[in-house]
Design a protein around this ligand. Structure first.
Ligand SMILES: Nc1ncnc2c1ncn2[C@@H]1O[C@H](COP(=O)(O)OP(=O)(O)O)[C@@H](O)[C@H]1O
Ligand SMILES: [Mg+2]
Length: 363
């Protein structure tokens, strides 16, 4: 009996480490003696070029699979790593994403199911969207790895992703599971990185991988040499991180995971709903009473209860991403980069729940 497992790597946000994870997890599993097939389901085809394959020279790609071609074997290419093969991506995928002639969310599933006997793991690098290509990948997969970049708006967009996963699970693929949430680009020198990790742990409980991928220069250099980090620099921390992730996934597979969708996820979904229906009551608020925001006036407590729009009116645009529920303002520029003070404004249901004065510092 084959242990084959199909894992999609997805987050509709770009630049969170999907492709880096797809390439290096696949290679690391290969190094650990597993037979692996990497599917490049992103029109940008970064996983393909990152493994040194020049996309314009290839005839058969993932596009053939989405078009329903039967001859799968011609789409499977060898890579430098003996245990790793790839179905390359193609810019032509973008046409399929926008204009599906005969939409069939099960086409990829049917194709990949027929390859289950040949591989231990099939890893899908998804595109940064929640369109046809990514949905097809979810329908085809046993589980999903969600990479999140260790930054303040890490949670941003995850509700939508989880809602999508839930709806695919309900409508097409009842086996679909979340393999884990993978923290990427962690930088231990920044104290707010640890804060983010505890926040993620609180939200996702057992769903966060124990392995955390650190920010590592070799991981970003390897693709320009057309290879995984394990071939580029096996002694790097990036190699270690992805080998550990592989071991964790292999171990998870031998135990039945304790739960699908983590305990708090329904709560998160619930909160999303409330967010949407929440209509801020027009409070009597004289915005002109606020002095320009400064440490000296220490007037930030008055922010509690303000709506997002009011905070923007008062404080101007935020330093960090305004779409998440934690906004971050830099409020002193005098000191060094790692000693700057920041005001963190936490929202719940569109109004300020609490605020906190913090500063970056070396650990
Ligand atoms: N752990 C890491 N350390 C350093 N750079 C990284 C790391 N992970 C990803 N990167 C870099 O960040 C950028 C975005 O990563 P990528 O994997 O392409 O994200 P996505 O596929 O989600 O868009 C790339 O330039 C990549 O080399
Ligand atoms: Mg990518």
């Amino acid at each position: 009996m084959s242990l084959s497992k199909i894992i999609a790597i997805a987050n509709q946000k770009g630049g969170v480490g999907k492709t880096t994870t797809a390439i290096n997890l696949s290679s690391a599993l290969g190094v650990l003696d597993k037979k692996v097939l990497l599917i490049d389901a992103d029109p940008q085809a970064n996983a393909t070029s990152g493994l040194g394959i020049i996309t314009k020279n290839i005839e058969f790609t993932i596009v053939n699979i989405f078009k329903g071609d039967n001859d799968l074997e011609q789409c499977i290419l060898k890579t430098h790593s003996p245990n790793l093969k790839i179905i390359p991506g193609s810019i032509k995928l973008s046409k399929i994403e926008i204009n599906v002639k005969n939409p069939n969310l099960k086409r990829l599933k049917v194709a990949l199911d027929s390859l289950r006997n040949e591989f231990d793991y099939i890893i899908i690098d998804c595109s940064p969207s929640l369109g046809y290509l990514t949905l097809s990948s979810f329908v085809a997969s046993d589980s999903i790895i969600i990479p999140v970049q260790c930054e303040f708006y890490a949670l941003n967009g995850l509700q939508k992703l989880l809602t999508t996963i839930k709806s695919v699970k309900t409508n097409f693929n009842s086996n679909l599971d979340i393999e884990g949430v993978l923290v990427t680009m962690y930088d231990g020198r920044l104290s707010h990185n640890n804060h983010i990790i505890s926040e993620l742990r609180e939200h996702f409980q057992g769903l966060i991988f124990k392995t955390i991928v650190k920010r590592n220069i070799s991981l970003s250099e390897a693709p320009s040499f057309g290879t995984s980090v394990l071939d580029y620099k096996v002694s790097s921390e990036g190699s270690t991180n992805y080998l550990n992730l592989s071991r964790e996934i292999m171990k998870n597979q031998s135990f039945k995971k304790q739960k699908t969708l983590g305990k708090k996820i329904p709560q998160i979904l619930q909160e999303t709903k409330e967010d949407v229906s929440f209509i801020a009551t027009e409070k009597e608020r004289n915005l002109n009473n606020y002095k320009p925001f400064s440490l000296k006036h220490k007037n930030f407590d008055k922010l509690i209860g303000c709506t997002k729009n009011e905070v923007i009116t008062l404080l101007g645009l935020v330093y960090n991403d305004i779409h998440s529920n934690i906004w971050m303002y830099r409020i002193s520029e005098k000191t060094s980069m790692f000693r700057k003070k920041f005001l963190y404004v936490y929202f719940k249901r569109n109004s300020v729940k609490y605020i906190q004065l913090r500063r970056f510092k070396f650990r």
